[in-house]
Ligand binder design. Structure first.
Ligand code: NDP
Length: 304
């Protein structure tokens, strides 16, 4: 039976490290790291995510601000809110919760966020910096969380063959780019598979580390995994479950029971990659706060 890599446990450790970094930043700068989360509309899942992010930020000693706008908010008004947060020195991280209502151009909104405050790592400037291998970029949270999970569990991807199933801009592509970087958590040999890949099992069976980021329950079965591989399950899928009070339960992309018989280590769903995503949002916010403060101090010294 595979070892379980618990994102819950790793997150607890990391969040206490982040809380002490936040306290240190506070005592050096006189202010706490500030995270603003903007929610447009009343999508129930987005409301839950935004609440969880705010709570985690408060617990780590940050100042968290939630800006909630009605679903009919015009794009210009949202861009005005983002501009205000860009200019606010007490805010170091800005996150606009996706998806946005259809009348708003998400790409334009993401482009409006100050790249130095883009703690989700979705600004095209940060995507480009990630692609050129910049070690100090604010990397997207889920991919960065996957790398932390591997490193902290003793599975350094360096020199390993990692197969990533999924090529989205949120998970698949950025995790592949992180794995290719020359620094910590990188130096892997990476293969990316997607919906047009032929004979997926023949590809996944070559993986020392297999990352599934698809959104299809039980896509990865035991026969698709090399014995001794490390399996990271990013997928979150609802499946009917009459025994549950909600009528459904959450499962990943990996058929957990049979893959756990073959793999050396595996992440569960829930309690795997999910908690790490919020943890990395906190990590990015402290890092952004430190850099913004250092840049302000340098500007001040120059002006003197
Ligand atoms: P997308 O729908 O944007 O991308 C899915 C990818 O999977 C696409 O590249 C698609 O290929 C590929 N794909 C679809 N079907 C197959 C198949 N049969 N075989 C191989 N590849 C296939 O999803 P996201 O990347 O945004 O999310 C992936 C999953 O991760 C979802 O379940 C999501 O809920 C979850 N997630 C979890 C997070 C967490 O914090 N735990 C955070 C973000 C996402 P193609 O490009 O050809 O269409």
């Amino acid at each position: 039976m595979a070892k379980i890599i618990s994102g819950q446990e790793l997150s607890e450790t990391m969040r206490s490290e982040i809380a002490s970094d936040a306290a240190e930043f506070h005592s050096e700068s006189g202010m706490a790291p500030g995270l603003a989360v903007v929610l447009v509309g009343a999508d129930p899942a987005s409301e839950v995510y935004v609440r969880m992010k705010g709570k985690a930020a408060d617990k780590a000693g940050f100042v968290s601000r939630q800006v909630t706008l009605p679903p009919e908010t015009p794009e210009d008004e949202l861009l005005g809110v983002v501009a205000g947060l860009n200019a606010d020195p007490s805010i170091h991280g800005i996150l606009v919760q996706l998806p946005l209502p259809k009348h708003i151009d998400s790409a334009r909104v993401l482009l409006a966020i100050d790249p130095d405050k883009d703690v989700d790592g979705f600004h095209p400037m940060n995507a480009g910096r990630l692609a050129v291998g910049d070690e100090s970029v604010l990397a997207p949270c889920t991919p960065a969380g996957i790398i932390e999970m591997l490193m902290r569990s003793g599975y350094d991807p360096s020199g390993r063959h990692v197969v990533v199933v999924g090529r989205s801009n949120i998970v698949g592509k950025p995790v592949a780019l992180l794995l290719l970087r020359k620094g910590r958590g990188g130096n892997a040999t990476v293969t990316i598979a997607h919906s047009r890949t032929k004979d997926l099992g023949a590809i996944t069976r070559q993986a020392d580390i297999l990352i599934a980021a698809v959104g299809r329950a039980n896509l990865i079965t035991g026969d698709m995994v090399k014995p001794g591989a490390v399996v990271i399950d990013v997928g979150v899928n609802r499946v009917d479950d009459p025994a549950s009070s909600k009528g459904y339960r959450l499962v990943g992309d990996v058929a957990f029971d049979e893959v756990a018989e073959v793999a050396e280590a595996i992440t569960p769903v829930p309690g795997g990659v999910g908690p790490m995503t919020i943890t990395m949002l906190l990590r990015n916010t402290v890092d952004a706060a430190r850099r913004l403060h250092a840049a302000d101090a340098a500007r001040g010294a120059f002006a003197d």
